[in-house]
Design a protein around this ligand. Structure first.
Ligand SMILES: Nc1ncnc2c1ncn2[C@@H]1O[C@H](COP(=O)(O)OP(=O)(O)O)[C@@H](O)[C@H]1O
Ligand SMILES: [Mg+2]
Length: 226
């Protein structure tokens, strides 16, 4: 099977005072297309750092990340942004919806960006409406995010992440701000949509129960994967 992502000996350190702390110490990981993978580890273990590096958002100090065989960080910034916008969706713990836009506009937004315009006009709106329907928010389309519950906001963020029909979805503690019942609700939608759209799914979590939903599970500890 072709690898979608190939993480090769990735290191990431950050300056701390006059020293540097090494958060990732040579992480290697291959992710096949269509896989679901959970990455767990204690708070501060470097899970978010690793996810950002895999998603083209943060340059490793050393090592490489290959996306379908292409070296992400050898590419120009513009190229990497374009690849990200077209192929990778992100869901974060804190939703990050724009408060001044409606729910529908938030979902539409990635489709309007320079790199993301794979649909136009009416078809763009149709896809956004379809995705909102799929996460049970059809009626909430004209509302502002602050009129929605936390679970509903995360479902809207999920619809937004899928707007450009990515092949890879990266989720960083997607249920971290939700109670367990609401979190499970969100996960049901997440796994349903991922299966429906044939997505590769990587979820970072410190929640072992969530990790159990994924086909594969790795743990980040002392800067390495186990
Ligand atoms: N931009 C940054 N600058 C300095 N230190 C950082 C930065 N990002 C993360 N760190 C440090 O790296 C470590 C791992 O952080 P993070 O990847 O957020 O862990 P996790 O998501 O597993 O809780 C922490 O000690 C954190 O303080
Ligand atoms: Mg984190």
């Amino acid at each position: 099977m072709t690898d979608l992502l190939d993480v090769v000996e990735v290191h990431r350190s950050f300056p701390m005072g006059s020293r540097r702390i090494e958060v990732l110490r040579g992480v290697s990981l291959r992710v096949a297309a269509g896989e679901s993978l959970a990455i767990t580890g204690m708070s501060g273990a470097g899970k978010s750092t690793l996810l950002q590096i895999m998603g083209g958002l943060d340059r490793p100090t050393a090592g490489r990340v290959l996306y379908r065989g292409r070296d992400l960080y050898a590419a120009r910034d513009r190229e990497r942004s374009a690849l990200r916008a077209r192929n990778i969706g992100f869901v974060f713990q804190a939703y990050h919806l724009l408060p001044e836009l409606t729910v529908l506009e938030n979902v539409l937004l990635p489709g309007l960006s320079a790199h993301g315009a794979f649909l136009h006009g009416k078809r763009l709106r149709e896809r956004a409406a379809m995705l909102l329907d799929r996460v049970g928010l059809a009626e909430r389309a004209p509302h502002r995010p602050n009129e929605l519950s936390g679970g509903e906001q995360q479902r809207a963020a999920l619809a937004r992440a899928l707007m450009n029909a990515p092949e890879l979805l990266l989720a960083d503690e997607p249920t971290g701000n939700l109670d367990s019942k609401t979190g499970e609700d969100v996960l049901r939608y997440l796994f349903e949509l991922a299966a429906g759209e044939g997505l590769t799914l990587i979820i970072v979590t410190h929640n072992e129960a969530l990790a159990g939903y994924c086909r594969r599970h790795v743990e980040l500890r002392d800067g390495l994967l186990a």
